[in-house]
Design a protein around this ligand. Structure first.
Ligand code: CUA
Length: 331
């Protein structure tokens, strides 16, 4: 690698870091919720304690090298200096440990009447379910989108149906693993409405990088409206082509894996598509969701997400067109 390429690489790296620092979508230093703010304060404290200590150690090392002679037994000043240092380090370490412990307790403090959500990690997408304790049958199931009302704690049960994944929404909370056969729980109390990004943070196979989660923090009213829309069964097709698409969907391999509530499609291994077209992205953040990408995805999913469980279903162009029309009406 020549010097110019190396310099370009370094400048590029700095630009990426700056962009990451400025973006508020996925930046742990720009918290938008209680848990991320608590973790951010521990980070600040550790930074402001550890940087001066590190600088002082380097200065002391420099002086020792410069003086270049061994310690002399009975050097009172040196002994007092070492004792002072040891006490200072012990106190600082105790402060850091105690703060870290106290914040950890706060992260696991249980809120009253939290919003009940369950996220199941799958290779390579997220299933999100909202449960209603007063009406157990009213479950909202969606995929790759988490909607949360600002100001209310959500208790999120974390499950995995295959390998270990890890949920990380940097602006809202720390990481928490999703482990097959072992349920974890994370509490998230978002404060600032906005669109944020979560990502799988545990290498889980070929498409680990294409396992993103859109997180919408909304006002309580907007969240309630969203939830009510998601509870409704799927729209009936409005055009003849979409109606043909629904029939094809129900009669082909699509319905084996996908559910569309209120229709014959009842598969549960793939994402629930009842309100598919209301989502922002396709295939867990891999593609922006629109009519063109949906058709392209149906024609050859493996082109965009090699290794994903969705197979190439044998369909001709007019069938793909009809199914795409149908799916785009599932608002
Ligand atoms: Cu799921 Cu990495």
């Amino acid at each position: 690698m020549n010097l110019r390429m190396r310099a370009t690489g370094i400048v590029g790296g700095i630009a990426v870091l700056l962009a990451a620092g400025c973006n508020r979508v996925q930046n742990m230093l720009a918290p938008a919720g209680d848990q991320a703010s608590d973790i951010g304060r521990v980070w600040d404290l550790m930074l402001w304690v550890c940087v001066p200590v590190y600088a002082l150690v380097l200065v002391a090392l420099g002086i020792a090298v410069w003086r270049n002679h061994g310690a002399v037994a009975g050097d009172r000043a040196l002994e007092r200096g070492l004792l002072g240092w040891s006490i200072t380090i012990a106190v600082l370490l105790t402060v850091l440990t105690a703060t870290s412990f106290a914040v950890d307790r706060r992260l696991h403090a249980r809120a009253e009447q939290p919003l009940q959500v369950r996220i199941t990690a799958k290779r390579w997408w997220w299933q999100v379910e909202y449960r209603d304790p007063t009406h157990p049958s009213r479950i909202v199931t969606t995929a790759n989108e988490l909607h949360l009302p600002a100001g209310r704690t959500a208790r999120i049960e974390l499950q995995s149906s295959d390998v270990i994944h890890s949920l990380w929404i940097p602006v809202l909370a720390g990481k928490e693993d999703l482990i097959p056969g072992h349920d974890n729980v994370i509490d998230i109390t978002p404060r600032v409405p906005g669109l944020y990004r979560g990502q799988c943070a545990e290498f889980c196979g070929l498409q680990h990088a294409h396992m993103a989660l859109d997180v919408f923090v909304e006002t309580p009213q907007a969240f309630a409206a969203w939830r009510a829309r998601q509870l409704a069964p799927a729209n009936a097709p409005r055009t003849p082509n979409a109606a043909r698409g629904q029939l094809l969907f129900e009669q082909s391999a699509c319905a084996m894996c996908h559910r569309v509530q209120g229709t014959l499609a009842g598969g549960v291994t793939g994402p629930d598509l009842t309100h598919f077209a209301s989502r922002r992205t396709l295939a867990a953040g891999t593609l922006k969701l629109d009519r063109t990408t949906v058709a392209a995805w149906i024609i050859d999913p493996q082109r965009y997400k090699p290794g994903a469980n969705m197979p190439k279903v044998p369909l001709d162009a007019s069938q793909v067109d009809a199914i795409s029309d149908y799916l785009m009406e599932l608002q």
